[in-house]
Design a protein around this ligand. Structure first.
Ligand code: DGL
Length: 271
């Protein structure tokens, strides 16, 4: 069935997918998490590209007309190569979109001081992708970055409220804010991080906005489909959702409520 594909290295993309599905429940979707090989945060460009393209190709082969890389690391390290190298031949009419550009397009509107900071994985931060994209739309913005490599494992292990975890999160938040006291916007540039927004909030002054990407990406996708009826009209509208993981399907199901807000049935796929 022609569907919209949603890809993430694991569970994090479910936070984005939850918002997409709520806004556009009519479409058919296929979610794929590459849990067997996650996290992607510390992997090289080549490896992230190879894993991401393997997963995206599988989604396209299942009939997806459009795939959203609901993962900052994959968007930073694989999206451009996939768009330039792989969308040819049988895939030429298919589209693959990421989460960085739709975020960069609007993030400047959240800041009054024009000083913002980005929290992400090592891969996302080191790629500099946000700096490049944001400069394009908001050249006047002062943009700081900070990598939080321990946050994804903490979230995936559901070990959030121990003293040690809170201290790790606190340390990162204070370090990023210390870079410039005018920072008034923190962008959670990793699809896992919205799950710890309440903890982050405790260490952030009240006037600082904490911005997640779920609604930004959803609004951008909605707009894209309106502007591209040739893609939107191909997608089946039966509201069918399939969840796949390259990892253990029972494990995936056990984690889903935390990220997606409800229980689901998942299938294993070997890639
Ligand atoms: N979902 C990824 C992201 O948004 C983080 C998880 C990972 O490192 O694989 O960057």
């Amino acid at each position: 069935m022609p569907s919209i594909g949603i890809f993430d290295s694991g569970y994090g993309g479910l936070t984005i997918f939850k918002a997409i599905k709520a806004a556009m429940p009519q479409y058919n979707y296929i979610y794929l998490g590459d849990n067997a090989r996650a996290p992607y945060g510390n992997l090289s460009y080549q490896t992230v590209y190879e894993y991401t393209w393997q997963c995206v190709r599988w989604l396209l082969d299942q009939g997806c007309e459009l795939v959203i890389l609901a993962c900052n690391t994959a968007s930073a390290k694989a999206l451009r190569s996939i768009q330039q190298r792989n969308l040819t031949g049988p895939y030429a009419a298919k589209r693959v979109l990421g989460v960085i550009r739709p975020t960069a397009e609007v993030i400047g509107n959240y800041s009054q001081s024009k000083h913002i900071a980005i929290l992400g994985t090592n891969g996302t931060v080191q790629s500099g992708s946000y700096l490049i994209e944001i400069e394009h739309f908001y050249p006047e913005l002062n943009v700081y970055q900070h990598a939080c490599p321990l946050w994804v494992p903490l979230i995936e292990n559901n070990d959030l409220y121990s003293e040690e975890s809170i201290n790790i999160i606190k340390k990162d938040v204070l370090e990023v804010l210390r870079q410039d006291e005018q920072i008034d916007t923190l962008l959670l540039a990793c699809t896992h991080y919205p799950l710890i927004k309440d903890i982050i909030q405790q260490f952030v002054p009240k006037h600082v906005n904490i911005v997640g990407q779920d609604m930004l990406v959803t609004d951008s996708l909605k707009d894209y489909l309106l502007r591209h009826p040739e893609i939107a009209n191909k997608i089946a509208q039966q509201g069918q959702i399939l969840f796949y993981t390259t990892g253990d399907s029972k494990d995936f199901e056990a984690h889903t409520a935390m990220f997606f807000g409800k229980d689901i049935d998942a299938l294993h796929v070997a890639l």
